[in-house]
Design a protein around this ligand. Structure first.
Ligand code: NAD
Ligand code: UGA
Length: 445
């Protein structure tokens, strides 16, 4: 199959590379000329484990190409995937579909022969209808089928998720398109990944409902964690105890500082807005959005309380800036609201992240960016684990303790256990577990 992937960001580049790896011929298109020039030089614009090698291998094998010429790529393809961004529309929280519709207009003029246009971007119910309307209005003679093919990969494990998905959802009503999409995913189908064919609008709603449900699950365990904190119960025991019930499932039950990222926050909000507009409000999702917003802001209060109620003039070291490990993506990262709130209360912030420093520099002011965890801890009155990178899972607490002004560890990802660190003189605070507020030791002079 010849495939044009329009939009070469986190989703487009990973999907393009994986489809090329299956043997298809894929042209990744982007309107960002710098991004395409970098890709042609084998430079990967994002951090995603394994992606650099996958892109390099497939480009070298002449299965993966990069271009800014959308028309040429579309005219030469059996399938055109739309994988551009659908951010929150400024002001009202609806999905901003301007990039999707702009691509639809360009695609319409470039179609040659029967072509499937598959929307991989996360788009609200009815967007496929509008994409089809745009294309038919601009090019009434076009032989085209517009399908919905939402993507469920996660950043940080994107290649594995794409290649071993739980399911592939394809919304369509055209038999020729069904045959084409079956061929596109045939290598996965052979791996037993179910192809779920649905109506186009169902596919669009499945994507939002899945993200909203996962967001809701996280907010649920986060609220249970709050209850655990006032009752002295350990939320990890509760997570395990309920997660072993197959009807509930153990995934997405890790309590933390609130979900972030480029998708859960914007998608749950967009779903809320769509449902409100259609007169069928989703009150559970509305509440989830509110709980998560409050939680991210509230995490700074936890740090301040751990520091004795005041951080003015104190130094706080932040470990982990990205919204989750194994990505450089800073979109809606909890670290952003935590750092802002700490600075508002007069704290001096030092920070380190294994992959997110470049993106963080453009988003954060007055932060001292450090070389590593120990450099960040130098002179700090508290150390806060915000993102659970592997590099923070086996820290040398003796070394940290010597570097810090006071030994306070606030672990917002429950990476440690209090017994791991309390013996080393650290006051330890985590999420939904009994605190061990030892009098923090002064570091030896
Ligand atoms: P992104 O911002 O990383 O990438 C989008 C790319 O599209 C950018 O490189 C941009 O330059 C390009 N683009 C914009 N307009 C264009 C045009 N007219 N022609 C060609 N290229 C154009 O976004 P992303 O994170 O890859 O997300 C893309 C979509 O996939 C969104 O709808 C998102 O909700 C959805 N999604 C994302 C993830 C994820 O993990 N990031 C997972 C599943 C679904
Ligand atoms: C999420 C979904 O998991 C993907 O299926 C979906 O394709 C994607 O959104 C999307 O639509 O873009 P992603 O945002 O990359 O993927 O990462 P997740 O692993 O889902 O994490 C999202 C946020 O939830 C992170 O901030 C993470 O720390 C948090 N989280 C996750 C928790 O706090 N607890 C958990 O148990 C799981």
């Amino acid at each position: 199959m010849r495939i044009a992937m329009i939009g070469s960001g986190y989703v487009g580049l990973v999907s393009g590379a994986c489809l090329a790896d299956f043997g298809h011929e894929v042209t990744c298109v982007d309107s960002n000329a710098e991004k395409i020039a970098a890709l042609k030089r084998n430079e990967i614009p994002i951090y995603e484990p394994g992606l650099d090698q996958l892109v390099k291998d497939n480009a070298t094998a002449a299965r993966m190409f990069f271009s800014t010429d959308l028309a040429a790529a579309v005219g030469n393809s059996d399938v055109v995937f739309i994988a551009v961004g659908t951010p929150s529309r400024r002001g009202d929280g609806h999905a901003d579909l301007s990039y999707v519709y702009a691509v639809a207009r360009e695609v319409a003029l470039a179609l040659k022969g029967f072509t499937v246009v598959a929307t991989k971007s996360t788009v609200p119910l009815g967007t496929g209808d509008e994409v089809e309307r745009i294309i038919r209005e601009i090019n009434p003679a076009a032989d085209v089928a517009v399908v919905s093919n939402p993507e469920f990969l996660r950043e940080g494990s994107a290649i594995g998720d794409f290649k071993k998905p739980d399911r592939i959802v394809i919304g369509l009503s055209d038999d020729r398109a069904r045959a084409v999409m079956t061929e596109v995913y045939r290598p996965l189908y052979l791996n037993q990944a179910p192809l779920l064919f649905t109506a186009r609008r169902s596919a669009e709603l499945i994507k939002y409902a899945a993200n909203a449900f996962l967001a809701l699950k996280i907010s649920f365990i986060n609220e249970i964690a709050d209850l655990c904190e006032v009752t002295g119960v350990d939320v990890q025991e509760v997570s395990r105890g309920i997660g072993l019930d197959n009807r509930i499932g153990s995934k997405f039950l890790h309590a933390g500082p609130g979900y972030g990222g480029s998708c859960f926050p914007k998608d749950s909000l967009a779903l809320v807005k769509t449902a409100q507009d259609l007169g069928s409000p989703l009150r559970l999702v509305e509440t989830t959005v509110a709980i998560n917003d409050q939680r991210k802001r509230g995490m700074a209060r936890k740090v301040i309380a751990a520091c004795g109620g005041n951080v003015r003039g104190k130094t706080v070291a932040i470990l982990g800036l990205t919204f989750k490990p194994n990505t450089d993506d800073m979109r809606e990262a909890p670290s952003l609201s935590i750092i802002q709130a700490l600075q508002d209360q007069g704290a001096i912030v030092r920070a380190y992240d294994p992959a997110g420093m470049a993106a963080a520099r453009s988003l954060l002011n007055d932060v001292h960016f450090s070389e590593n965890a120990y450099d960040a801890a130098a002179g700090a009155h508290a150390l806060v684990v915000v993102t659970e990178w592997d590099a923070f899972r086996a820290l040398d607490f003796n070394r940290l303790g010597k570097a810090m002004a006071t030994r306070i560890l606030v672990d917002l990802r429950n990476v440690y256990r209090s017994q791991d660190v309390a013996g080393l003189g650290f006051a330890y605070f985590s999420i939904g577990r009994p605190a061990s507020p030892l009098e923090p030791k002064q570091a030896p002079k």
